[in-house]
Design a binder for this molecule. Structure first.
Ligand code: ZN
Ligand code: ZN
Ligand code: ZN
Length: 741
């Protein structure tokens, strides 16, 4: 008898819903091995029998040649005595007792092969809106339970027709075990308005609601000001930019200056919204993205969107189907009433969306793609943790909330949920936590929340009975989030610049240099605090911060600045700054607001960061680059004095804005050099919403390079508060590990 062996290979990670079993089948059969492959919910288990050297080759190639959407995070192999099994089979998924995976695969935009079929009039799926295969289509948004099998998805009520079934059962077919596959005969059907009606309405300038992968979206022509303005009025969304749907990368090139990284991001399987610099010649109406030079574009994620785009022929505004600040609508009955006074038509279908996923948003920062809103196509994909440990839940911050569950050695960040002060968003937050825990089927050992006593996520943590709680400082969580994402173990110099985070001293932090890691930190430097006159009012009215910074720097408000804010309640605000009961803040986000107001940009804003975005745009348009204001102290007084002097001298505003950006970069770099000398650390982690600023990062990176400091930045997880929950679980794990010692 020839020398044979039996090899059992277990693969964990994103291995479900990505064509893994057909791939294993094909590989094993091509190598002449016998055995089986099965999904257990936690992993894919392959059992192969054959000559030992062939089994070794199988083990090698099963990892190196895995399908493009798979992410093998762990692989184990055990050799045993062969049983003489003949043939190779794909076994039905089995529910076994071991730990279930939280690795539900994310949704994937229609792949090229499916697009080609849907465009071919001779194909049986010609113009079929729901075309998909093992390499594309809905997953996270249709999964009801694990393991990922059709019977546990919202496709279960659509019985496969004979043609689809034979593809589904044929190991040589692209749709072998494609759980969401169907065709016009057996699959979901469009409901509500027809495609032709929607195309006609859109062409004529109407607003149409469309049921997408992760929720309803609102569409209208992007080239008609009155259509875009009507959408703003009806949605109660004043100035926050809208994204635009294009049919192809070629159409994107006409609207924005597309970088190589931007092109790659647009074509990524997740099909996110990608922000790039808008072309001045673009046909997109100014109402689409007022106050910013950037425009967010995405390509169709489903063939339904592709057909709408092809038939209308012009780029379409495509925004979440919701009222301002509410979660994206996924329920058909809710849609029928919610869009009554927003959309002129609703295009829906009868495949249920099991859980919501907004469109993801990212930008190209210093040549690489960086997510700003992590949702459809990315969530619930997980991030590697330094080691395995107890299950920890992070409930996130208040704004741009996400939640995160650490199970084993992986942390899964939820989809972007939004601002918790909205009651419907708060409900979605609670549902998401229940959902995450149910999928993981694990007992939570610790619930980690922000130190801010008034955050609704903090109140949730205080009132739950899952596990004990741990309060974590906001900027410490930002630091830990950046370290985990970059797989950096050990301390670093964290530069955390953002809007607002509760400090243990009762002031509002936001311009912090924290030296440390997940185990702890030292607040080594920070921007000298100034008054935050009127609290939240100061966030909505950046001119108040201009007054606060002038008072801090100059002791009074100079005549020029008075004239800028003529008619505002300036003296009342100045009195507030002087009041001992006014909260103080070291926020660099608020410093950007102050300078934007001094540069005559936004006096008031409708969303946080709006003034800073306008200031960055102004500075980016400056053509006299070079050095800026000299400012190396943590006290911004010298900086503000220099700005007021320039304004008095009539220096061009774009140059003032540029010099300010340079000064912030120089201040950050020189402070890091000082801390590096003090601590011996040479790694800097950049986090916080201010680091969404592309110009700041562009100026900063060469400064770090020159000073031989290594930089860690966010990419897969947002630098804004969407990344807080990941940092919280990392700190929670460190806390548990330390308390066990
Ligand atoms: Zn496909
Ligand atoms: Zn069919
Ligand atoms: Zn923050």
């Amino acid at each position: 008898m020839t020398n044979r062996t039996r090899l059992t290979v277990e693969l964990a990670g994103i291995v479900q819903g990505v064509g893994f079993r057909p791939f294993v089948f094909g590989l094993a059969v091509s190598l002449g091995l016998t055995g089986s492959v099965t999904n257990t919910g936690a992993q894919v288990v392959c059992v192969v029998e054959g000559p030992p050297e062939v089994c070794d080759e199988f083990l090698c190639r099963v990892e190196s040649e895995a399908p493009p959407l798979a992410d093998v995070q762990k692989i184990t192999a055990v050799v045993s005595v062969p049983t003489g099994v003949s043939g190779f089979v794909i076994s039905a998924s089995s529910h076994v007792d071991h730990e279930r995976s939280s690795a539900v695969p994310p949704d994937i935009a229609t792949c090229a092969a499916c697009q080609a079929e849907a465009a071919n009039s001779a194909d049986r799926r010609y113009r079929f809106p729901f075309v998909c295969c093992t390499e594309c289509g809905p997953r996270f948004t249709v999964v009801q339970d694990l393991p990922y099998d059709r019977s546990a998805t919202s496709l279960s009520s659509f019985a496969l027709c004979d043609s689809c079934r034979s593809e589904y059962e044929d190991p040589g077919d692209r749709r072998f075990h494609a759980q969401a596959t169907s065709c016009a005969d057996c699959g979901p059907q469009l409901t509500g308005a027809s495609l032709a009606e929607a195309v006609e309405a859109l062409s004529g300038g109407s607003i149409v609601a469309v049921k997408g992968l992760g929720g309803y979206q609102l569409l209208c022509r992007s080239d008609r000001s009155e259509a875009v303005q009507r959408l703003r009025d009806r949605k109660h969304r004043e100035t926050k930019p809208f994204a635009v749907l294009v049919d192809s990368v070629a159409m994107a090139e006409q609207l924005v200056e597309l970088s190589d990284a931007g092109r790659a991001a647009l074509e990524a399987p997740a099909a996110p919204i990608v922000l790039e610099r808008a072309r001045s010649s673009s046909i997109v109406a100014p109402e689409v993205a007022p106050g910013t030079r950037l425009l967010g574009l995405m390509v169709p994620a489903t063939h339904l969107h592709a057909m709408l785009m092809a038939d209308v022929g012009v780029p379409l505004v495509c925004t979440s189907g919701n009222r301002s600040n509410e979660p994206i609508v996924i329920d058909d009955e809710v849609a029928a009433t919610a869009f009554g006074d927003i959309a002129d038509l609703v295009v829906s279908h009868d495949r249920r969306i099991e859980r919501r996923a907004d469109d993801s948003v990212g930008q190209i920062s210093a040549g690489s793609f960086q997510l700003l809103r992590r949702a459809r196509g990315y969530a619930p994909g997980s991030i590697a943790l330094p080691s395995s440990g107890p299950t920890v839940l992070g409930v996130g911050a208040e704004l741009k909330n996400t939640t995160c569950l650490a199970v084993g050695d992986r942390a899964s960040v939820s989809v972007h949920l939004g601002d918790l002060e909205n009651p419907a968003t708060l409900r979605a937050f609670e549902e998401t936590i229940v959902d995450q825990i149910a999928f993981a089927d694990a007992d939570v050992a610790l619930v980690v929340h922000d130190m801010h006593p008034e955050y609704l996520s903090t109140k949730f943590a205080a009132n739950q009975d899952l596990a004990p709680t741990l309060a974590v400082q906001h900027h410490h969580a930002h630091l830990a989030s950046c370290l985990v994402e970059n797989n950096h173990n050990g301390p670093a110099i964290g530069v955390i610049l953002d809007g607002f985070g509760w400090g243990p001293d009762g002031t509002a932090w936001g311009g912090e240099f924290l030296v440390g890691d997940a185990h702890g930190y030292e607040r080594s430097a920070f921007l000298a605090p100034v008054g935050l006159p009127g609290g939240a009012q100061a966030i909505r009215e950046p001119w108040r911060m201009a007054v606060a910074h002038c008072l801090g720097a100059l002791g009074d408000v100079p005549p020029l600045v008075r004239s800028l804010f003529d008619g505002e309640r300036l003296d009342a605000v100045a009195a507030l700054c002087a009041s001992p009961t006014t909260l103080e803040t070291s926020s660099v986000g608020r410093l950007f607001d102050a300078v934007a107001a001094l540069c005559s940009l936004q006096r008031t804003v409708t969303y946080e960061g709006e003034a800073a975005i306008a200031l960055e745009g102004l500075a980016a348009g400056c053509d006299q680059r070079g050095q800026g204001y000299s400012w190396s102290e943590t006290d911004a007084a010298a900086l503000i004095s220099a700005i007021v002097e320039d304004l008095d001298a009539g220096v061009e505003l774009s140059l003032v804005a540029y010099r300010f950006h340079w000064a912030v970069a120089d201040f950050v770099a020189s402070t890091c050099v000082r801390l590096s000398e003090q601590t011996g650390l040479d790694t800097v982690a950049l986090s916080g919403g201010v680091f969404q600023n592309r110009l700041l990062v562009e100026l900063l990176l060469p400064m770090f390079d020159e000073r031989k400091l290594r930089v860690l930045r966010h990419g897969q997880v947002p630098p804004n508060d969407g990344g807080i929950s990941l940092g919280q679980v990392a700190i929670g794990r460190a806390h548990l590990a330390a308390s066990r010692k």
